[in-house]
Design a protein around this ligand. Structure first.
Ligand code: SF4
Ligand code: SF4
Length: 378
């Protein structure tokens, strides 16, 4: 994929007015522009109107069970790493109405579906998050068993990716091969260079609609010195990650179903499901039917579910994963091992969210390394 690492590609240099022109152009084309902002002491992805809504000078500190915002001391707009909730919330909503029906002529009539929402433009998608969108596209892409709603939302969206110039405290995308370089799946890719004397965004296109959008902004080409600095910063971020996933051995987790480490994790894990809620690839759902008191109107809703809930493994008569260790083993073994057989890829992109948002700081990289270091460990 061409970009700032390809000397033949013309990379544009957007200043702050250029970034605002991009946001305005997306809105003019009918996109609901979603970007990062600060709310409730966290970075969240929500609707923005201009660069003034972005988290200027905000960084984050992330570690096992710990998340704090910090002042960076510069005006960087994309100086945090990943937000607690990823883009999954927008493409695969936590709660979604499947259909509604009303009683009619002794039976039920299915009501017409609600009109599709406005297409979305995502501003600030990280490399690991793009990889996660690609993985969920495989899950939902199956014609027979997939989700046409997901496919439609993604097909109508516009993706502005931003490469990470710094590694987050719990990131390990470099060892998963999913970042921090953004290589595919974007319409426009940005690298932010924020300093005391200047603030620019190097921009290049990854699709025809991205190229058309960029050419309309009439931004000047980026000088080679800026391109080299962007390459240096992204490469430094790749080398600064404090965690590593042994991806090849993680794939063999299924060989360790009886390892004693599962019992140890079971004592620490609260089975709260946080890790599955923040994971950008977890996709499991359940279905609820609701009716009004008279039974005249009924709706079917799909909501996120978690393999950490006791009901998730309920099969006529009882749950088959009664112990917490079984639920953790199911989650991590599916994600890192069985996912390969099912979808041809790992289910983990190394975003680190499950480590940051685990209330007791259970670290997926540490658990895999401990299990493999200890062999079968029975
Ligand atoms: S398993 Fe953890 S690190 Fe991997 S993609 Fe999910 S939340 Fe991110
Ligand atoms: S591993 Fe952590 S986040 Fe996941 S269910 Fe257990 S306690 Fe909750």
């Amino acid at each position: 994929m061409p970009g700032v690492d390809d000397p033949k590609t013309v990379t544009a240099a957007l200043d702050m007015a250029g970034l605002d022109a991009l946001i305005a152009a997306l809105a003019e084309r009918g996109y609901r522009v979603i970007g990062p902002m600060v709310a409730d002491d966290a970075v969240v992805y929500d609707e923005i109107a201009s660069s003034a809504d972005l988290p200027a000078g905000v960084g984050d500190e992330q570690d096992g069970g710990r998340y704090r915002l910090r002042a960076r001391g510069d005006g960087a707009l994309f100086g945090y790493t990943v937000a607690p909730q990823g883009w999954k919330r927008l493409l695969h909503p936590p709660r979604q109405k499947m259909f509604a029906a009303r009683r009619q002529d002794g039976g039920f009539a299915i009501l017409p579906p609600e009109p599709a929402a406005a297409p979305m433009a995502f501003l600030g998608v990280r490399a690991c998050e793009l990889a996660a969108i690609g993985i969920q596209s495989r899950v939902f892409g199956d014609e027979a068993a997939g989700d046409p709603g997901y496919r439609g939302r993604l097909a109508r969206s516009f993706v502005v990716a931003v490469e990470c110039a710094e590694a987050g405290g719990t990131c390990f995308c470099a060892s998963m091969g999913t970042g921090p370089q953004v290589e595919a799946g974007f319409d426009i890719r940005l690298v932010e260079l924020a300093g005391h004397d200047r603030h620019v965004f190097l921009a290049d296109a990854g699709s025809a609609k991205g190229a058309e959008m960029l050419s309309g902004l009439n931004a000047p080409p980026a000088p080679e010195a800026d391109r080299a600095e962007a390459r240096r910063r992204v490469s430094a971020a790749a080398g600064a990650m404090g965690r590593t996933m042994p991806a090849a051995t993680a794939r063999r987790l299924g060989e360790h179903a009886e390892h004693r480490r599962w019992a140890d994790i079971g004592k620490r894990c609260l089975s709260c499901g946080n890790c599955t809620m923040v994971c950008p690839t977890c996709f499991c759902t359940t279905v609820e039917d609701v009716t009004d008191l008279k039974g005249e109107h009924a709706e079917r809703w799909r909501t996120w579910d978690s393999c950490f809930s006791i009901d998730f493994s309920y099969i006529h008569g009882g749950a088959i994963r009664n112990e917490v260790r079984s639920r953790y083993r199911q989650w991590i073994t599916h994600k890192l091992s069985a996912w390969h057989e099912q979808f041809g890829t790992s289910g983990c992109v190394g975003c680190g969210r499950c480590i940051t948002w685990c209330p007791v700081g259970i670290d997926i990289t540490e658990e895999v390394q401990a299990i493999h270091a200890d062999g079968k460990g029975r």
